[in-house]
Design a protein around this ligand. Sequence first.
Ligand code: GDP
Length: 455
Amino acid sequence: MIQNDTIVAQVTHPGKSAVGILRISGINAKEVAIEILGKTPNPRFATYTKFLNKNKEILDHGISLWFPAPFSFTGEDILELQCHGSPFIIDLLIKRILFIKNTRLAKPGEFCERAFLNGKIDLVQAEAIDDLINSETESMVKASLNSLQGNFSRDINNLVEILTQFRVDIESSIDFPEEEINFNFDDIVSNNLNQLKNQFLKIKKIISDTSIIRETKKIIIVGPPNAGKSSLLNMLSSSNRAIVTNIPGTTRDLLYEQININGFLCEIIDTAGFHNTQDEIEKIGINRAWETLKTCDHILFVIDKTINPKNQKKISNDFIKKMNFYNNSIQITFVLNKNDLLKDDFGIKKIEDCYFISISALTGQGVNILKKHLVKSEKNKVKEGLFLARRRHLHQIDLSYHEFLKANKNWLKYKNIEFLAESLSLMNKLIGEITGSFSSNDLLNRIFSTFCIGK
Ligand code: GDP
């Protein structure tokens, strides 16, 4: 897709630095090269040149790089100018470039957007560039690089391929009268449905085994009433966000708090205490806690350490059993609270695969150990083939899998080809939005506007 204007932006950080880099992309990039450098540099060679002003006087000396279309990041002609990193020189150069016709300043993420529109990268890869730049840990860097290399996109494209072939089979049976079809249609549909199901399950397994989510880590605090959950939320967030009383059932719904634990951005969620209650509002709160818990990265299960040790053990074992039933991939840490009332040590113990940390949410003792443990366990989630998923990707997969289950059920019940075709078309749209093979302007604007200028 050829854009009729040429964009320019500083791609290095604004402010004084040794070198400042400008990137110019579009059909007038060649004209910019001739105006500023007096010539078009050799393609893909670093050329030491003069940067000239309007009167052909030297503004600066530096390196120029010329990537003619289509062999460039955006797929358009790209000129890169590396000058001395003085904001003044950069400003003069940008002003000079903006005098050349059809040139303008780039919007945030516009280079990536052009690369996407010209088929150089898909949406997952464009997002991976943004994720790579914003990575805060080694695991995030590895995961974004994997996504950038297209590993996740390949699995999604396989799914789209199966869907497309399925749709071709279906559409041809709708278009041709029944007597012209000499195959067993029922078998074809059930084969296709099976293939789709296997690919969906494969992707879901890859996601649960090897994805890390870029967005804020979600940590949920659960446990029996009065164990000190709200006190822990307040201690972790250094606030009085949650009401603390010794009356069981004080927290009836979910409370969210954004906090930064030693550089890790987390969302902490306080919940209603898990217990059998007749109070309808509390019941709704407890159900919500269970639903939210399944979407979290880490569970802090708070136990009052002053209760009988046998009861403590029973509470933790029951919870582990219940979690194994739901989803055993979410990490659980048991927080043994109110340790200030005992003579025990504050600190961490590992029993089998579970961590038990003794703290006092009242005095703050042991809370630093808990914080370090939370950060360390997130950093340790480095696995082979890890890729970085955004909640947007996971949401699309869930929606399309849900549509698949519905389609499968309806086919077995009604054998209606039109219903099936409609569901397949919807699944195609939902999956296509992940890589951008199906995308509205609205979605693209939403994604690229979060990038920074120069990307
Ligand atoms: P939640 O129902 O689990 O949210 O528990 P709260 O945070 O509301 O605390 C229940 C009661 O236990 C309150 O009276 C708190 O002051 C008290 N409490 C919480 N944490 C501690 C602690 O570490 N030590 C002591 N001594 N009391 C605590």
